[in-house]
Design a protein around this ligand. Sequence first.
Ligand SMILES: [Zn+2]
Length: 504
Amino acid sequence: MSGLRLSAVAISLLVSQSAFSAQFDFSDKLSQTDALVLFQSENEKASLSFLDKDTRAQLEKALATEAFTGTFGKMVDVLAPVDSKYSRIVMVGLGNNEDLNASTMTKLGGNLHAYLESKKVNTAALSLDAIEHLANHAELSAQLAHGINLRDHTFDVYKKTENTPIVSYHFDVKNANETKSQYAKLEHIQKGVFLARDLTSEIATRMTPVDFAKAAKELESLGVTVTILEPEQLIELGMGALEAVGRGSKEGARLVVAHYKGNDSTPIALVGKGITFDSGGYNIKTGESISRMKSDMAGAAAALGTVKAMALSKADVNVVAVMGMAANMVSQTSFAPGDVLRTAEGLTVEVLNTDAEGRLVLSDAMWYARKHFQPEIMVDIATLTGSKVRALGDRYAGIFSQDDTLVNELTLAGKRVNENVWRLPLGYKDMLKSDIADLKNIGSGGPGATTAASFLEHFAGDTRWVHLDIAGNALSSSAKDEVPAGGTGFGVRLLSDWLLQSKN
Ligand SMILES: [Zn+2]
């Protein structure tokens, strides 16, 4: 496709009205762009014949000087000659065509957006000639746009507004309609991610269990059924563990249920840990990690974000998020070390450490999910243990299950969307024996991430069950690829991809 025709044929791919995608303009007129972005794979040199002579010579010289061969992610940027219609030309390496997929294109989009922003580019024309001969070119182009958008969405509500450049993108693609429809699917997922990120990034005093419940209520406009249980109802139902964790805060605990019933099959339950602030309780956190504890509700945020993504997608799935919400605070009414709590499952729990509260709220939420929905599969997602961070860091989430099929499915889904999981064992149930109760809430030594998972296993019943420990994955201190700093929304893309794939 001729670059000289760019302005005539460039389409504005991104037609969303989302308030989040503010850097895109939705006009299909491309009178002038600051930057022209070209791509080249290692397989084939990009044709530059459409550029005017001076621009082409300048770019070719720069590519030779940089020994540019199309290495994945490599960018060569030249300021265009004075007569050029562009201010700069950016050549982007695609690597090997065979390695192009959702994972790589999304990362590339994220890094390209960060680069153009750093150069204060206002408008960019992306010419995707280099991939137009590939069978999945529309999908790849859409994934590039997805990566750009994912990187762009940051949580700035407390910042003085700055004049940060707003990049508007114009994609020049071979099959615009197909690319648009592929992108529309990803955009639904994106909006779920953005919800999870915003809920996670919001400060704890403005994201209490009641605030979270209000945010969930907003999904009703998408056809999601939302149920909220208050502390008295939790007590009536016997959910003594969840109720106890919330007792130290003024509002108390909530159980928030968001059900998207896209078909009549047996539902899949996503159970989220929603500690809106975790002080540790009487076993108060003494390290600096306490300052990040607004993110201890990221599991619940991911579960809710996934339900939003499925509802927007009008997906052919039946999925319910059950979220145990509480602020783990210190007060006269807080639960205390040594207490014995009674879970709705009927098991009593000796509290040896009030900072191991996540498994307490999850135990009752898992019970509720099983009792009320008899799910086919139950996936819980939680920022559960520091032990998981010590074992796997922040590049992998921990996955625990006796079900090899589910572990494989979720591991593959994670690879596709750059939300990787790594399996850790169960099998330490015997370390949770208590002298006074049926269970205690921390193990006697042993691997902490696993003893926490083994605790939860008591509440899975006969249901096929997976536990995801996303501690360390939920709140990022620096941007990387398609993920900006702040709440990451980790889990929404993983779970959405898995749910959608499981239907195919
Ligand atoms: Zn805790």
